[in-house]
Design a protein around this ligand. Structure first.
Ligand code: ADE
Length: 228
């Protein structure tokens, strides 16, 4: 998979992709992330990328021209499955969206700033709008990093058995069960007996029950029928 990210702050985004699982995905040749500095496409001597909002009001708006120039230059090089704008008024990210996106080949992400991007870009170039939660970040970069992380770990071949995504929270609309490691007794704090039993079927059953119980208490909304 290849992910292109349009941003005014490429430096903010560099580090998350140079570590851990995303780094491993890149090293294995399974994920390429390319950062594009929108300023390169800015207007005039000051490489302007934002301007006052028509109609007045506080806050700047990211201009249509630099964005469209950047998007079109990328689109002329490959076909994108989705052009995604990270925005607090987008569709809230969940595991199902991440699973779907992890099967794509080329994604183009746009990080907004200030009051957002010119609506015409959203209407004519953007194919999907994603929010990472009901709160406002100062820019789309951290949201893009979250999105790439959650997609990247799902790309077939990125995770191994130890890190398998199949047992993650949300994969079956259930939260993951509690986990323990050595020692089995830490100053009298013990581990549930069943986990030490070696009885695989019983362990599976216990984990499933714990998942249900945890989900019932913490996220009863997940147990309700139907899609989000
Ligand atoms: N940009 C600012 N806030 C955001 C959010 N919650 N999700 C995605 N992009 C954003």
């Amino acid at each position: 998979m290849r992910i292109d990210i349009i941003t005014v702050l490429p430096e903010l985004l560099r580090s998350p992709f140079e570590h851990s699982i995303l780094k491993r995905a890149a090293d294995k040749g399974l994920l390429e992330v390319h950062l594009h500095d929108l300023r390169t496409f800015g207007k005039g001597a000051y490489k302007q990328v934002d301007d006052y909002a028509f109609g007045g009001g506080a806050g700047m708006v990211m201009m249509i021209e630099p964005l469209v120039d950047c998007i079109e230059s990328l689109k002329s090089q490959r076909n994108y499955d989705e052009v995604i704008y990270l925005t607090p008024d987008g569709h809230t990210l969940n595991q199902k969206i991440a699973n779907t996106l992890s099967l794509k080949q080329n994604l183009l992400l746009i990080c907004g700033h200030y009051k957002g991007i010119d609506q015409r870009v959203r209407d004519h170039w953007v194919t999907m709008e994603i929010s990472i939660g009901d709160y406002v970040l100062s820019g789309g970069e951290l949201a893009a990093a979250v999105l790439v992380d959650t997609i990247g770990r799902l790309i077939p071949g990125v995770l191994n058995d130890e890190t398998s995504a199949l047992t993650d929270s949300f994969q079956d609309d259930l939260l993951a069960p509690p986990v323990y490691t050595r020692p089995a007794d830490f100053n009298g704090l013990t581990v549930p007996e069943v986990l030490l039993s070696g009885h695989e079927a019983k362990i599976e059953e216990w984990r499933y029950e714990q998942s249900i119980e945890r989900t019932r208490i913490r996220r009863p909304d997940l147990l309700k029928d139907g899609d989000d």
